[in-house]
Design a protein around this ligand. Structure first.
Ligand code: 9WO
Length: 255
């Protein structure tokens, strides 16, 4: 039922961004998921409460120490197990992994308990990864100042898939024209007023003919995907209707 998401972070307040706003906040209120943050500082062992130290081998910057991280991780795992999670998975968010896809998000979302390890500085002691981490996940090929934003991206993407979290109007099925579902980009959207800045809404959307509207949206989604992300169309199997639309789009683009 309730998904258990734990986070090892020096900056728990950052997670207010998903706990306090929007769809993710509603999911918390509805107990679709719960969040618990653990600060490695609270598990520091020496007199100075250090959590980082200089890298062996030299070089700039600091590395997060194994002891406070593993103590925090072990506490987080123990807590989830006490709360009924059979086998919490520890996820290290790092740019040193293959970037996750929509399919990866859906797979991660099947786990009952996840613990996100958020690094800072130049990274964490490798022995933490070897001894505690079940999987390493990247959200894209760029470096952030820490793992927190990446962990929040993953949590946000998973929580909106949980049953009952999205309202009826925006259900997961309605996502059918997105890189998520059948691998196409979304069609364009319009709302009132009917004329804005001298620009009218496409008349088909005002026609009330829902078969025609669906066909128009499908065509728009295909055309956009073809123009912007042709890579997403590779290796897909098509129905007759889509093939016809694609042929039309191709012919138009040649002009
Ligand atoms: C810092 C750095 C400095 C000089 C040369 C190379 C460097 N790499 C890093 C680095 O990777 N720092 C990380 C910061 C350490 C772990 C947490 N940080 C992080 C996670 N940045 N970006 C992510 C991240 C996570 C998931 N998906 C994309 C980016």
């Amino acid at each position: 039922m309730t998904k258990h998401y734990g986070v090892i972070t020096l900056f728990a307040e950052m997670f207010d961004a998903i706990a306090d706003f929007g769809v993710t906040r509603r999911g918390l209120d509805e107990k679709a998921w719960q969040l618990q943050c653990w600060n490695p500082r609270d598990f520091a062992v020496n007199a100075y409460k250090s959590i980082d130290d200089r890298p062996y081998g030299g070089g700039p910057g600091m590395v997060m120490m194994a002891e406070p991280l593993t103590a925090a991780l072990d506490a987080a795992v123990k807590q989830q197990v006490a709360n009924g999670v059979v086998k919490p998975k520890v996820v290290y968010v790092t740019p040193q992994a293959k970037p996750i896809t929509d399919a990866g998000i859906r797979e991660l979302a099947t786990e009952d308990g996840l613990i996100f390890l958020c690094g800072r500085y130049e990274g964490i002691d490798e022995r933490v990864i070897e001894s505690r981490v079940d999987l390493e996940v990247s959200i894209g090929d760029y470096v952030l100042s820490g793992g927190e934003l990446a962990a929040m991206v993953l949590i946000d993407a998973m929580v909106r898939l949980l049953p009952g979290v999205l309202g009826d109007g925006q259900s997961a099925v309605e996502d059918s024209f997105s890189p998520g579902r059948d691998g196409l980009l979304d069609h364009p959207h319009y709302t009132r007023p009917e004329s804005w800045n001298g620009e009218a809404v496409p008349p088909v959307l005002m026609s009330g003919d829902h078969a025609k509207i669906d066909a128009w949206r499908r065509r728009q989604a295909l055309a956009r995907t073809f123009e912007r992300r042709a890579d997403l169309l590779e290796g897909k199997s098509w129905n007759k209707q889509d093939l016809k639309l694609l042929e039309e789009i191709r012919r138009e683009q040649k002009k």
